[in-house]
Design a protein around this ligand. Structure first.
Ligand SMILES: Nc1ncnc2c1ncn2[C@@H]1O[C@H](COP(=O)(O)OP(=O)(O)OP(=O)(O)O)[C@@H](O)[C@H]1O
Length: 625
């Protein structure tokens, strides 16, 4: 693999912690892969290298590159994982130290919402706060110290009681179900490592090296985990770009990156400043914009490529903007002789902006793909199927059992579900209660038969492979008939059926339901990346800037550059730190482009007057300079 001098220097460094400060398009992935290869070639066993990637997809890509380079299969790199996935392996192995028994259930987003709703309703609060409650709990956990977090922030504006009380109820429900939510995977692993010297020492000695990708986006908890796992050898190799830190809103803390030299003795800093992606005209304007931020590490990014274009366009309305972008995309494509549509992207700050482009692209028959839409595993039909699987292997999973009791409809209404719930003794699950009622024959014949049939399905599929189990569920519940009844259009029905086919395809890779559910739960962290259901690589990409991170396109349209939209009003209200993160987002958007970069704003959006973004003024300054 060809490496630049700077990349090579970073790759061969050993003996102390290293931070690779890598500009956009400077080949972070190439450097990380080369580093692993170098470690293997210098005698480090691949199975003892912990390489943390930001998404599961990135972990797979890394393993696939390593396979091509070394011929070693995926199984030989068992610790190329995300933080969540790596911690889950540790947590499962030592779960009894944290009060759990195997198998532990991982709470899906759907479960979390249900539990949060229940907690709110039990406290006589409006269930509409569930989303805010979940976010507050997540931020508290990712701070590493929920107690202290809630001490400092006892309330959130929308919920009129102490959040800590709701948090305690929420946690109790998880413990009762022997279940962890996504954040607890990290938190409980951290607790195990903190409180058990022998376990901690084992891993510190086991991992010969720790590598972390996208290090600028780690949160406090992830940083602590890294420190707990790092052995005396100090072989820590972190790669990232503080100019692209854009996850502060969900607890990432870029100061770990910026303060790396102070936090690790003898650490070495490497800078990758050559951008292999974008033309220098784009790189220099992006550098100029990021210069408006003061909290950052210095680097002088450049490109040897020339011939880039950066243009700013003003429009009267959002519709005009969409029409212009459509026309420009068409002319650049030149009936297929020019830039292919799939090398173009329209990126925006918030999802609603896509609508105008979807409309005009359809009108002018330009192929497009909407990326980063609803998570695959959150779709209604996928949740249904997964709830059957989960209820079969986790009899304490009330959320799943409640969902499937009457899906598809089998005459078990809310009153009946309440009755089953009320018949429970302390700590008993809904499923066990239903089983007892069936055994004791206390239900009407129709309901008795319906519930018995459901319980038999759950018992029958428990030991099956996930693929066979899904087939069984669909057939024995007449699930396709159910879909026909609830879908409003033929198109919707086809999409849902295709989703299930895709699910079965994915499920085929796993041998048992537990393993399958675990993977499905972990995929949640990839939500900000490409929609798993969108297999098409064709057409102009429509995506948020967060989804565009890490991707590259020949031509990029950054649209909706208006005050309150970009920068977002919430960041404007929050102050300078949040505004700097918005500017970094603009930097990410700009550096996706290889050749053409078009930035635009409209004076009227959704019928309301809007002012052009301060970032456009700053970019304009850089262009004229
Ligand atoms: N030494 C090199 N020589 C030539 N091309 C390179 C080299 N290193 C990386 N590249 C190419 O540069 C492009 C950008 O690399 P990559 O996507 O890894 O960048 P990145 O640092 O992850 O960027 P970003 O952070 O902006 O997403 C890729 O097409 C890659 O193949």
């Amino acid at each position: 693999m060809e490496l630049s001098k700077q990349q090579q220097k970073a790759v061969i460094h050993s003996g102390s912690p290293a931070l690779v400060v890598a500009g956009a398009g400077s080949g972070k992935t190439r450097t990380l892969t080369a580093k692993i290869l170098h470690l293997i070639n210098t005698g480090h066993p691949p199975e003892r290298i912990l390489a943390i990637t930001f998404t599961n997809k990135a972990a797979d890509e890394m393993k696939s590159r390593l396979y091509k380079l070394t011929g070693m299969g995926y199984a030989q790199f068992p610790w190329v994982r995300t933080y969540h996935s790596a911690c889950l392996v540790i947590l499962k192995k030592h779960c009894e130290l944290a009060g759990y028994t195997n198998p532990i259930q991982i709470c899906s987003g759907y479960h979390q919402k249900k539990i949060a709703t229940e907690v709110l309703v039990n406290s006589n609060l409006d269930k509409k706060h569930a989303g805010n409650l979940i976010s507050a709990i997540s931020r508290a956990k990712n701070s590493g110290d929920p107690l202290q977090y809630f001490d400092m922030r006892p309330r959130i504006s929308s919920i009129p009681v102490k959040i800590y009380d709701l948090f305690t109820q929420y946690e109790n429900k998880l413990i009762q179900a022997n279940s962890v939510d996504f954040d607890n995977i990290l938190l409980k692993t951290r607790d195990i490592l903190r409180e058990n010297n022998d376990v901690r020492e084992y891993y510190k000695n086991y991992f010969t090296n720790i590598l972390v990708d996208e290090y600028q986006d780690t949160n406090d908890l992830q940083d602590e985990l890294t420190r707990l796992l790092l052995g005396e050898h100090g072989n820590l190799f972190c790669v990232g770009d503080d100019w692209q830190a854009v996850y502060g809103f969900r607890g990432s803390n870029v100061s770990h990156f910026i303060q790396f030299p102070r936090r690790y003795d003898n650490s070495k800093i490497f800078r990758l400043e050559e951008n292999y992606r974008s033309a220098d005209e784009i790189v220099q304007v992006a550098n100029g914009l990021i210069d408006f931020n003061h909290d950052k590490m210095d680097k002088k990014c450049f490109s040897r490529k020339r011939g880039g274009t950066v243009e700013i366009h003003d429009f009267h309305s959002d519709a005009d903007e969409a029409h212009w972008v459509t026309g420009k995309a068409k002319s650049l494509n030149a009936y297929g002789d020019g830039i292919p549509f799939d090398k173009m992207a329209v990126v925006y700050r918030t999802k609603f902006c896509s609508l105008a482009f979807e409309k005009t692209f359809r009108l002018f028959r330009i192929p497009y793909r909407l990326m980063g839409a609803q998570g695959f595993f959150e779709r209604m039909e996928i949740l249904d199927i997964n709830s059957y699987l989960s209820a079969s292997v986790f009899p304490n999973d009330d959320v799943s059992f409640e969902r499937i009791l009457n899906t598809p409809k089998r005459g078990i209404g809310p009153a009946m579900i309440k009755k089953i719930g009320a018949a429970r003794s302390e700590g008993m699950s809904l499923q066990d209660s239903a089983r007892i009622m069936v055994r004791e024959r206390v239900l009407s014949k129709k309901i008795h038969d319906s519930i018995s049939e459901l319980l038999v399905i759950l018992d029958d599929i428990r030991e099956m492979t996930p693929d066979a189990a899904i087939g069984e569920i669909i057939q024995r519940t007449s699930y396709n008939e159910h879909l026909k009844k609830i879908c409003k259009t033929e198109g919707e029905l086809i999409t849902k059926k295709e989703n299930i086919e895709q699910l079965r395809f994915t499920a085929k890779e796993k041998f048992d339901i537990l393993e399958y559910l675990e993977e499905a739960a972990l995929i949640r962290e990839d939500k900000e990346t490409q929609d798993e259901n969108d297999n098409s690589d064709e057409g102009v990409a429509l995506l948020t800037i967060h989804s565009a991170k890490g991707l590259e396109f020949d031509t990029v349209f950054v649209v909706g550059c208006e005050e309150n939209l970009f920068p977002h009003w919430r960041s404007i209200d929050s102050g300078e730190k949040a505004l700097q993160e918005e500017r970094r987002l603009m930097y990410v958007a700009m550096t996706r482009a290889e050749r053409y970069l078009f930035l635009s704003h409209a004076n009227y959006r959704k019928g309301q007057f809007s002012m052009r973004s301060r970032f456009i003024d700053q970019i304009e300054e850089c262009i004229s300079y």
